[in-house]
Design a protein around this ligand. Structure first.
Ligand code: DLL
Length: 434
């Protein structure tokens, strides 16, 4: 498959670093001159635009986090007058006001180019019919991917999120070849499809362009088997653009970062120190070409690794590993640190367990309790009681072996755990306010 923009996606690394430096210098000047917040933050850090002489100098710049964006709500970080902003999106977050991000005409053109790269790297082309299951609202997923897919020449079916049976009908009637959604929604579609008798093997559907939430290798395999497609992962976040930051090529071995537009660092989440190349840590992103909403060193909270090994596809862009954990996902239960992804990895290896689960954390009499609710295949329910209890014990032991805690395992009927058309909610922490 041809590379969408070979000039940039296959640029020799040395030239790419030079380009990044020029763009970083321009971005620092841009925010210094136009965003009072950044003028103050740079002054407080003792840095002026002319001090940025090498790419390593990025470490001298102040971080930006969600709190800064909330404090400047709604337009305080915008670097252009609203008259020059042609679109806004927002990210809902879990508490308080949303974060508002803006795009100039130029930003939309860049975004379109980058989502086209992501779609094309995954294997989308003119002959495809791409069915959109991301919402077309304030969420960046729908509009962001839509423009890139159109740019690739694909026929976009803008079905939006929800109404699963309608999605399945269109998928069959319009000969959809590409599904664009979260991986959890794709799994739900597979489940509903199976229930109403859709024969995925006989459909032209061949490719999944999935993102917006973690997708483990086990989930990837399961979706590939159930929908009879190849699954690719792409990553992004509203605060730096939306989808289009990085995406897998057909080699499926890491997500190529659009480094000519994003300077990425990996830092120690506790200290903020920049970690050496190849180390796992928190991804920090500085967009290099944003006009309306430029951001310096955004703390994503997403944990990954970046490496620059050559890829068989011919792209020279560095690759990031799939994101499985966020620093703020970590649950501390009776002093033990646990990531939901560790629990998921155990569950997905047990054949009778369906890919729908909920982790419930409670505090009773000052003690933390963790319960994992799982949906299991019908036959587990019809087993005799003793077998069911042995199954529960088996799951609890496997969880204990990995996370080192006694977990209450509860079996629930298939279909009882809430499905969403967007990002799956896997954790219910009832301890807040305890
Ligand atoms: O989820 C943007 C997006 C839309 C990306 C569609 C890809 C496809 P937000 O709603 O701001 O933006 O959420 C961003 O979602 O910090 C990650 O924690 C998570 N995330 C996004 N993509 C992935 C992925 C969009 N491929 C937050 N794997 C990010 C794991 C992801 N997590």
């Amino acid at each position: 498959m041809a590379i969408w923009n070979a000039e940039y996606e296959s640029m020799p690394q040395e030239k790419l670093r030079e380009l990044q430096l020029r763009r970083l210098q321009a971005t620092v000047s841009w925010v210094y001159d136009r965003v009072p917040y950044y003028k103050g933050a740079l002054a407080a850090a003792g840095v002026r635009p002319k001090d940025i002489k090498t790419l390593a100098d990025v470490a001298r710049l102040p971080f930006t986090d969600k709190a800064t964006m909330r404090d400047t709500y709604p337009f305080g970080l915008f670097a252009v007058p609203l008259d020059d902003v042609v679109r806004i999106h927002s990210s809902s977050g879990t508490t308080g006001k949303p974060i508002v991000v803006g795009y100039t005409k130029g930003d939309i053109a860049t975004w379109t180019e980058l989502t086209a790269r992501v779609a094309s790297a995954a294997g989308v082309g003119r002959a495809d019919r791409a069915q959109m299951a991301f919402g077309y609202g304030m969420f960046t997923g729908g509009f962001g991917m839509h423009y890139g897919l159109e740019r690739c020449g694909a026929t976009v079916i803008p079905a939006s999120a929800g109404n699963t049976e309608r999605h399945l009908m269109m998928m069959q009637d319009f000969d959809t070849t590409v599904l664009v959604s979260t991986p959890s929604y794709a799994l739900y579609m597979a489940e509903v499809g199976q229930k109403i008798g859709v024969d995925f093997a006989s459909l032209p559907l061949r490719l999944g362009l999935f993102g917006a939430e973690p997708c483990s290798e086990a989930a990837r395999k399961e979706i590939e088997e159930k929908l009879h497609i190849r699954v690719t992962d792409n990553y992004g976040l509203s605060e730096v653009m939306g989808p289009g930051v990085s995406g897998e090529c057909e080699c499926q071995c890491g997500l190529h970062i659009n480094e000519d537009h994003f300077l990425c660092e990996i830092v120690d989440p506790a200290t903020g120190e920049v970690l050496p190349s190849g180390a796992a840590g928190e991804l920090v992103i500085t967009p290099l070409t944003k006009e309306a909403f430029p951001v310096l060193r955004y703390r994503t909270h997403d944990i990954t690794r970046i490496h620059c090994d050559p890829c068989e596809c011919g792209r020279t862009l560095a690759r990031m590993e799939k994101v499985r954990q966020r620093t703020d996902d970590m649950l501390i239960i009776r002093g033990v640190n646990i990531f939901p992804s560790q629990i998921e990895d155990v569950l997905f290896k047990i054949e009778q367990i369906r890919p729908h689960y909920l982790i419930v954390v409670d505090r009773k009499h000052g003690m933390d309790d963790i319960e994992v609710r799982i949906e299991v295949a019908e036959e587990v329910f019809s087993d005799i009681m003793a077998d069911m209890q042995a199954f529960i014990r088996h799951v609890a032991e496997r969880l204990h072996a990995v996370i080192g805690l006694n977990v209450k395992v509860t079996l629930v009927e298939p279909g009882t755990i809430e499905r969403t058309a967007g990002k799956a909610k896997r954790v219910l922490d009832n301890r807040e306010g305890c």
